[in-house]
Design a protein around this ligand. Structure first.
Ligand code: FEO
Length: 411
């Protein structure tokens, strides 16, 4: 696509991205239909570029941009998301746009500085609701953490009512029709497939975004992969709303623990409180004080089972092992499982519990699975806390929220 056949979204707003029609490796999959890296030029009084392209095409991106503008005139480069399929052209562009200020969230600054050696460049850090006058148009920013990484934000052009949400509302298709209403086929399946792969693991944050969008009048969505949504915009927002909604079905969690100094007991109760905040019923049992059969019945009826112990002499304590030895013989397929505990030195009991749980039919959570499926690095399984859990409330809540989101998912 050349400039003499330029793609125009609105007056002075142009697509300046890259169509990648290769079979692109992506999250251990191959994008059979390829993808696009959509970047946008707002050729206003203070010319602004929103997002760039994959790092492989940085040089090509800047050359294409030169067909629209002398890069030296660019005043702002907005980076909504630092992953290199969108920020990858920043190094090349910044080199030829020496006066451009880089606009991003606080969390993105260090990443961009390190990734593209931009320690000496000027950054403008924006927060929720901040606006930026770019000379004839106004940009408004909203932070969207975990959609789908921690530093992400979205940008809204107030005058043209165009939302630039980067990965959100994308599709992976190497299309050259650009707009959804020009697509040869119905894009709904591709749109949903993209959501499930990238966005759904963070659907808690999708709900927050959907509520925020109610305050904005979005006429067009210009994401950074695939089709620009020019018609039926509300249909696509509604699809995100429905796919990210919680199931109405009652869900239940069983938490079993043994404890020395009550720290693991406190963890159990903090987990219970977090589940209940998410409208999930949680039954808590001290394995040294409750009947084994009562605990096993509760486990049978639960959708998720959390087992914890303090550590003494490198092992769990009390009657917990009597419960754990029963679990591999029970029909527990379809349930989630996780280990937890407070410890002072090494916390071997938590690992021993994990080993026992791994022998069951349950889907046992571990940090590796969380990172591989969501990219999140602040959710850890087993849930390990040194001494008092008071200082680890956020970590405990994150773990319970992660499990809750899996249990309440409708898709
Ligand atoms: Fe399309 Fe998160 O990168």
């Amino acid at each position: 696509m050349r400039a003499n056949n330029q793609v125009t979204l609105a007056k002075d707003i142009y697509w300046v991205g890259k169509i990648d029609d290769r079979e692109v490796p992506f999250h251990r999959l191959v994008l059979a239909k390829g993808t696009t890296y959509n970047a946008y030029l707002l050729k206003t009084g203070k010319p602004t570029v929103i997002d760039t392209v994959d790092i492989e095409f940085g040089g090509e991106f800047v050359e294409y941009l030169k067909e629209f503008i002398d890069p030296k005139d660019i005043q702002y480069i907005v980076i909504n998301h630092t992953e290199p399929d969108h920020s990858g052209g920043l190094g090349a562009l910044a080199g030829q746009a020496p006066d451009a200020t880089i606009v991003c969230t606080q969390k993105a600054v260090k990443e961009l500085q390190e990734m593209y050696k931009l320690h000496d460049r000027t950054f403008l850090v924006v927060k929720d609701g901040d606006t930026l006058d770019i000379g004839g148009k106004t940009l408004k920013f909203k932070e969207t953490p975990y959609l789908h990484t921690e530093e992400t934000m979205i940008t809204y052009c107030v005058e043209d009512q165009i939302l630039f949400p980067c990965d959100i509302f994308s599709t992976h298709i190497a299309n050259d029709q650009f707009f959804n209403d020009d697509a040869k086929n119905d894009i709904t399946e591709d749109f949903i497939g993209y959501y499930k792969l990238i966005i759904h693991p963070h659907r808690r944050y999708v709900q927050t975004l959907i509520n925020a969008l109610k305050e904005m009048d979005v006429k067009m969505i210009a994401p950074s992969h695939g089709y620009i949504l020019r018609t039926d915009v509300q249909k696509y927002i509604d699809l995100y709303a429905s796919m990210s909604a919680n199931t109405a079905a009652d869900k239940k969690v069983t938490i079993v623990y043994t404890t020395i100094k009550s720290n693991t007991k406190k963890m159990a109760n903090m987990l219970k409180d977090s589940f209940e905040k998410n409208n999930i019923k949680a039954d808590v049992f001290n394995a040294d004080k409750s009947e084994k059969e009562v605990i096993l019945t509760s486990i049978k009826e639960a959708d998720a089972v959390l087992v914890g112990s303090s550590t003494r002499y490198a092992d769990m304590i009390g009657n917990l092992e009597q419960i754990l030895t029963e679990l591999p013989n029970m029909e527990l397929a379809g349930k989630l499982g996780a280990a937890f505990g407070s410890y002072g030195w090494s916390g071997e009991a938590i690992e021993v519990i994990q080993d026992y749980l791994e022998k069951t039919d349950m889907n046992i959570l571990n940090t590796s699975k969380v990172i591989k499926s969501t990219g999140m690095i602040d959710v850890e399984f087993p849930v390990r806390v040194r001494f008092s859990p008071k200082e680890s409330a956020e970590k405990i809540e994150n773990s319970a929220s992660f499990i809750s989101d899996l249990l309440l998912s409708t898709i």
